[in-house]
Design a protein around this ligand. Structure first.
Ligand SMILES: [Zn+2]
Length: 472
């Protein structure tokens, strides 16, 4: 039984009076993930955000539910909420997942906006972390409460909110081991940290890419020298970097050349990409804040979808060894250091991929340059198990009801390390991975916003999926 029509205004009112004001407070807290704030413990922002979330959740706990902020040693905390079932099969559990740590500020925020400046503008709540992924806890508990207020049965639910996702969830395996006896046997995982290709229907994620991170460090001099003296005699470190990156990536096409980073794309995923291309059309690339005249890398929307979901891709996300332009003298600089962020397809082992990249970059250094690829870390991508007929139907019915359009499936280009961990641990579980990261929402970039109507509709869809799950 799905939620009644009266659930829609009830959810809307809760968002207005309680959820949005709490998210406004949350956006003000600069709780950057530990990779971006090595002093996170001393700074105390993560604890502040955790307390804010736990405080709100305690006021919303369904009858019989318990909440614990779990802390293992020096690790980032986890909020663990255990909601007893009112139906479903005995011993059967649904896991609802989200995270509360944030990406760093990034530059380019519009005037009046900023990462730690919450601004409510029409349907959008601007600020870092509202959409990625602050809303998840609120949507999860509210979906359960929507069922409770109408006495619609649901299975036991555990809500797990971690504080380390944007750092590759490195703390999470320890918590999973620690909490495994309390989690029990999962038949359904609901993850609210993913994307949607539009705000018009319910989108389920069928795959996620993995990630290899590392720092490329190239040096030929122990200190900088006059560029008039040095150029033409000693190679510039940036030129060596260009040669090395050419080994990894075709600079004309963006194609990654390393075979270890590629995989065969399953036929069904190609078909899904074709269908998504039909529904989304040119928004696949037009959703980005493009400069006038900019074209996508190929003129085929299906290929663009496959590129962003099933093929590897390189971004250089940080640089050291360069002065700011206003302070740049004529110097042959002693070193160039770049942070490489390489997305890898599902089914590619991130550790093997990291080793292959390291070997590729470090072998036969041009002109005997000192070349190092260090601080290498990796996260696995994920390929969804086949969707059970009941879940397929539940998603579609919920989407029709709350969005007025059918549900859609697509792969995502981002990484949620936890999904791979769960898939390994619970091979029989079904996955409903969805989210509000749609066109323009710009998680990780400037002007991130939470699309509030989508968050509300998604909450109602999750309630209906939980209700349907309990009937199986
Ligand atoms: Zn996220």
């Amino acid at each position: 039984m799905p939620v009644a029509d009266s659930a829609t205004p009830w959810v809307a009112e809760l968002f207005r009076s309680s959820i949005v004001p709490t998210l406004v407070d949350y956006i003000r807290i600069p709780n950057k993930s530990m990779m971006f704030d090595p002093n996170w413990r001393a700074n105390g922002y993560m604890d502040q955000a955790t307390e804010l979330f736990a405080g709100w959740a305690k006021g919303q706990l369904p009858a019989g539910a318990t909440l614990e902020v779990v802390r293992l040693g020096e690790r980032t905390p986890v909020i663990f909420i255990d909601v007893p079932g009112t139906g479903g099969r005995q011993g059967d559990t649904v896991l609802l997942y989200g995270h509360l740590d944030k990406q760093p500020e990034m530059t380019g925020w519009r005037d009046g906006l900023g990462p730690w400046t919450p601004v409510l503008e029409g349907d959008k709540l601007y600020g870092r972390g509202g959409a990625d992924d602050g809303y998840a806890l609120f949507a999860s508990l509210t979906a359960i409460n929507a069922l409770r207020r109408e006495n619609i049965p649901h299975a036991r639910c555990v809500v797990l909110i971690e504080a380390c996702e944007e750092s590759g969830s490195v703390d999470l395996p320890a918590y999973i081991d620690h909490l495994a006896p309390r989690v029990g046997q999962l038949s359904l995982v609901i993850c609210l940290d993913s994307g949607c290709a539009n705000y018009d229907q319910l989108w389920s994620t069928t795959s996620l890419r993995g990630l290899v991170l590392g720092t490329l460090d190239v040096s030929l001099l122990t200190e900088g020298v006059h560029s008039g003296d040095g150029t033409g005699v000693i190679a510039a470190s940036e030129r060596i970097v260009r040669q090395l990156l050419d080994r990894l990536e075709d600079s004309h096409t963006g194609q990654i050349k390393l075979a270890e980073l590629a995989t065969a794309i399953p036929r069904q995923r190609v078909l899904q990409a074709e269908r998504t291309a039909q529904v989304v059309g040119d928004d696949i690339y037009a959703k980005f804040p493009l400069q006038p005249g900019v074209q996508p890398v190929v003129a085929d929307n299906t290929e663009l979808i496959l590129n962003r979901t099933w093929r590897p891709g390189l971004a250089i996300t940080g640089a050291e060894g360069w002065p700011a332009i206003g302070n740049a003298g004529n110097v042959l600089r002693p070193f160039t250091r770049l942070k490489l962020s390489i997305r890898i397809p599902p089914h590619v082992d991130p550790d093997a991929a990291g080793r292959a990249v390291k070997q590729l970059l470090e072998r036969d250094p041009p002109h005997g340059a000192r070349v190092r690829f260090e601080n290498v870390s990796g996260s696995s991508g994920w390929d969804a198990p086949e969707v059970a007929p009941w879940l397929d139907k539940a998603l579609d019915t919920a989407s029709q009801r709350h969005f007025g359009k059918p549900a859609m499936y697509m792969g995502e280009g981002g990484t949620i390390p936890f999904m791979y961990m769960l898939g390994e641990k619970f091979p029989r579980a079904q996955f409903c991975i969805t989210g509000v990261l749609g066109p323009g929402s710009n998680a990780h970039g400037p002007n991130e916003f939470l699309h509030l109507p989508t968050a509300r509709k998604l909450t109602l869809c999750i309630a209906d999926v939980l209700a349907e799950h309990a009937r199986q």
